[in-house]
Unconditional design. Structure first.
Length: 203
């Protein structure tokens, strides 16, 4: 139910970052993508946007996409329909304040969704994004090499890749992304937002 990749003939990948914005690590990632000449998608938590609005604005101003990652990062399968909609709409209000429009996509916390949650998201018009490189487990800080090894295995046209820029020390994620963006652009990949990737799948 969570979109992990898009079938496309284009040589593109979508880097995504969860749990920010974070005033330490998010700007480091923005610098990496500025150097690489690519764009990314940041799945932001409402509480974090409220705490760091300037960092969220910076992401938008540099041309990256902001996606909805709920307000408090709950397991959505444990919430009522009303609570799920509240988690989305509270974050949506903050995203609109930053970008002027609603998020095109969302990612479920812990990628936890069931039939009820996914049908609710579909009704609200949210594609739910997963990722191919879940085994990289960058959120566990398993070491830069582990993140690299388990991400390189999943690179193909249309891959969606997950990393984290919020909650805890994200220096390993930043370093792994620094290496990957250089490798991928050197081998001809373009780094695109999730919305761009989804449109390519429609070609």
């Amino acid at each position: 139910m969570n979109i992990q990749m898009v079938e496309t003939t284009h040589k593109v990948v979508a880097f995504t970052f969860d749990d920010g914005p974070n005033p330490t690590y998010t700007p480091q990632l923005l610098e990496i993508f500025a150097e690489a000449g690519g764009k990314a998608t940041f799945y932001m938590i409402g509480e974090q946007i409220a705490a760091h609005p300037e960092t969220a604005k910076l992401v938008h101003e540099e041309g990256h996409e902001i996606g909805n990652h709920t307000y408090t990062h709950p397991n959505m399968t444990e919430l009522s329909d009303e609570e799920i909609l509240s988690e989305l709409s509270r974050t949506e209000e903050l995203i609109k304040q930053v970008t002027g429009s609603r998020a095109a996509t969302m990612r479920l916390p812990y990628l936890a969704g069931d039939e009820r949650v996914h049908s609710l998201l579909a009704r609200e018009g949210y594609p739910a994004l997963g990722a191919l490189n879940m085994d990289a487990k960058d959120w566990d800080m398993p070491g830069v090499q582990h993140i690299l090894d388990h991400t390189r295995d999943t690179i193909r046209n249309g891959s969606v890749l997950i990393f984290h820029d919020g909650y805890g020390d994200r220096s390993q994620s930043v370093e792994a992304v620094r290496v990957l963006t250089k490798e991928l652009t050197a081998s001809g990949y373009r780094l695109v937002t999730v919305s761009e990737l989804l449109h390519m799948g429609e070609d």
